[in-house]
Ligand binder design. Structure first.
Ligand code: KG4
Ligand code: ZN
Length: 363
């Protein structure tokens, strides 16, 4: 049987993403980001994101169809992020997807955003196109030298909107949330600390740059929820608000003394604290569940130290590490289409056309 041709729409945060896949083959992945519009606020503003999605959804959809060289008629199904995420932002994508489903008579599938991040790792480039050299402007180069995604796996998903640790036994039927942040998302912490240091939004890349010349051992910042008293109740949860406060105190103390803020050392020490707690907890989860596989996803995975530390410690622990190409790690429509294609292939019933956005949708 032919593999299902599925279009996926993602609007849970500040990226308007439309992707098209045929089974596990990536045909298009077009993203319009409203990041620049949020820069002057230092973080994503929900109303601004929702309005930007409204403006971007139609051109992004058309660009994806053109890139994949398919028409709406040819699709087997439409998939859309149903949550979790910003309610107003989700509603724009869901509204567009329902409109398309109604107009074309194609089945519609609501997809969990976090499951989508895992589904991203299934995707491969079309054989004829190959990698970077053959891809068009909007088509990300997707290397296929990772081998197959093996299950079960632990998945660590870190972005500006979420920080979650999952145990994935089956993409469709068995995804368990082991823990998540109890306050800020990791990317949010990068953005807030960047602001404290007078760096631009988004903060992650700026902190990475500043940290390159700093000493990660200069300041010992707290590792949230790793103290013995937290080990029981918050074993796989994360907390970054204490870390952010500790950075704020360090910066204030330097200013009070009339000293120059040691930006590089603060950035390096902060980044080290985040990387340490993320990778420590992820590998604890691997050990506790006897799963020697770790998958990373989300925009924060761009971080050089997080990647480096994950590589070091996974190698030492005998854990196989998988990091999809960054264009599939950040929020995108192809990952939603990928899960949609799995649902179609498994013969699952579509979602009812009246399903609503669920900003706190559980996995
Ligand atoms: O997945 P993503 O593009 O989607 C949203 O959550 O919107 O993630 C964006 C987040 C931002 O908070 C940004 O600061 C962070 O990812 N980020 C990074 C890096 N690049 C982006 N954080 C740490 N290090 C980086 N190099
Ligand atoms: Zn995400």
């Amino acid at each position: 049987t032919a593999e299902p041709l599925v279009l996926g729409i993602e609007t849970s945060c500040d990226e308007t993403g439309v992707g098209i896949v045929r089974g596990r083959t990536l045909l298009a992945n077009v993203i319009a980001s409203s990041m620049d519009e949020h820069a002057r606020y230092g973080g994503v503003v929900p109303e601004v994101a929702a309005r930007a999605h409204l403006e971007a959804i139609e051109p992004t959809l058309q660009a994806a169809l053109a890139e994949a060289g398919v028409t709406l008629d040819e699709l087997d199904a439409i998939a859309v992020t149903s949550g979790p995420g910003l309610a107003g932002a989700l509603m724009v994508g869901i509204g567009a997807a329902k409109g398309l489903a109604l107009a074309t008579g194609k089945p519609l599938y609501g997809v969990n955003h976090l499951v989508g991040h895992v589904g991203a790792d299934l995707l491969r480039p079309p054989a004829a196109v190959g990698t970077a050299a053959g891809s068009t402007a909007g088509t990300p180069a997707v290397s296929d030298d990772r081998g197959e995604l093996e299950l079960p796996t632990i998945a660590l998903l870190v972005s500006g909107g979420h920080t979650s640790l999952l145990l994935v036994r089956d993409l469709i039927d068995d995804v368990e949330l082991l823990g998540e942040t109890i306050d800020d998302a990791a990317g949010e912490a990068f953005d807030k600390v960047a602001r404290l240091l007078g760096l631009q939004y988004p903060g992650g890349p700026q902190i990475d740059r500043a940290a390159a010349t700093g000493d990660p051992r200069a300041i010992r910042f707290p590792r949230g929820l790793t103290a013995p008293k937290d080990r029981e109740r918050h074993r796989f949860d994360f907390s970054f608000s204490g870390l952010k406060t500790a950075v704020a105190r360090t910066v204030e103390a330097a200013r009070d003394r009339g000293d120059e803020v040691p930006t590089a050392d603060v950035a390096a020490s902060f980044r080290e604290a985040v990387a340490d707690v993320l990778i420590t907890k992820a590998l604890d989860a691997c050990a506790e569940h006897g799963v020697p596989r770790l998958l990373l996803g989300g925009g924060v995975v761009a971080n050089a130290r997080i990647r480096g530390l994950a590589e070091e410690r996974c190698a030492a622990a005998g854990v196989a590490l998988r990091i999809p190409p960054l264009s599939l790690c950040t929020d995108n429509g192809a990952m939603i289409a990928s899960v949609g294609a799995q649902l179609v292939a498994a013969g699952r019933a579509p979602s009812p056309l009246d399903f609503a956005a669920d900003s706190t949708l559980p996995v």
